[in-house]
Ligand binder design. Sequence first.
Ligand code: NDP
Length: 416
Amino acid sequence: MAEEKKRPADNFGGPIGAGFLTIVLPIVILYLAFADKFNFSILEIPPIELYNLDAKAIFSCFLILSAWIIFQAILYLLPLGRRVPGTLLSNGKRLIYNINGLSAFIVSHILLLFFYILKIDISYLFNYYFEFAIASIIFSLGLSVYLYVNSFREGLLLAEGGDSGNMLYDFFIGRELNPKIGELDLKYYFELRPGLIGWIFINYSCLLYHYQTFGYVTPSMLLELFFHFVYCLDAFVYEDSVLSMMDITTDGFGYMLAFGDISWVPIVFSMHTRFLAFNPIELSTTMLAIIFALWIGGYYIFRVSNSVKCGYRLNPKSPEYADIITISTARGTKLIVSGLWGMCRHPNYLGDLMVGLAWCLTCGFSHALPYFYILYFSILLIHRELRDSSMCQKKYKKDWDTYCKVVPYRIFPFVY
Ligand code: NDP
């Protein structure tokens, strides 16, 4: 029998890069979650307090995290919202997804209200942040092992890039495209729910600590909370668009996404509010206005470009899109080359980066650590653009070359 041809392990620096990231990313998370112990200063060496670790507290955090994940999974499975078909898979099938993230977001807030009425204190989230970070790493590692082992069952649809035959690499990228437990589509569920809503809940615990410590809330803190809330709300209001993201259509579900969804998002995304919880940063009104203008500009570019692309692809004949200029391709789909999509090939990334920069600037200029976000996010999106471009090159062939000539800049107009 001819041996099945495996895909090359050629992304993220291959097996060595995947192994490196598997080890280094949790260390980054622990460093960030520990940052208040060294005053958020990158010049200070973190104190070695790990021997003080409270195993009982970590276990409690693990149980709370597991309960949260189960709670969000139940909300996902409830017959709320719409059921929408996903992308056409290579086996000719389409999966059906529950689009009810907004309901889950609202119900979670009702739960928070109950906590408040019942005097259940959410400061636990703040006080045991580091322990929660450890629990989230353990959870994502456990889940990834489960996903990897389970992906060897017969007849599963594997992700194109996650089946190289190299254990470390496939563990990182994810072998199975759409692992499920019953009706629960694990990759889709984890992409938005527990981590994203968890992040906003961590933000509330930061607000509480900040208010209890200083007796007032700084405009910077309020602005940051608002920025984060809108970002999360946007993800749920436009939840359908996740279905066309490469995470869902192409990538397998392995350590990369599991760790990203469960550990990275809640810890890295809440780093600004955690920093502001300890540091009552006072920015001038002019500075706040500049940051707000940057954010609103970025959010406009992010939202309009994503909505135009998704809306046009769904309903190209709508009068709304009458003025859009496109390039027709042999593949049948059209590539937009006017408006924001004529400015660069990924205006949605540009907008997202402007939003992220606004988050960082809201933390002022006294510390460098809050700027970690824009650094890593720029690397992530530049790398993502390269991955997407190489996939589009394969999909569109010569049409992609034509498109690249018409729209020469990748993310930053006139720069890159
Ligand atoms: P895109 O939404 O840009 O999707 C890329 C795909 O769109 C391409 O593969 C191609 O697929 C199609 N496409 C490319 N160019 C055009 C064009 N000119 N006209 C029409 N279709 C085109 O990328 P992502 O899914 O990566 O990102 C979506 C959003 O999510 C972005 O705003 C990004 O910033 C954000 N994001 C946020 C992250 C976070 O951690 N906060 C992480 C990752 C993404 P095809 O033609 O086959 O349809």
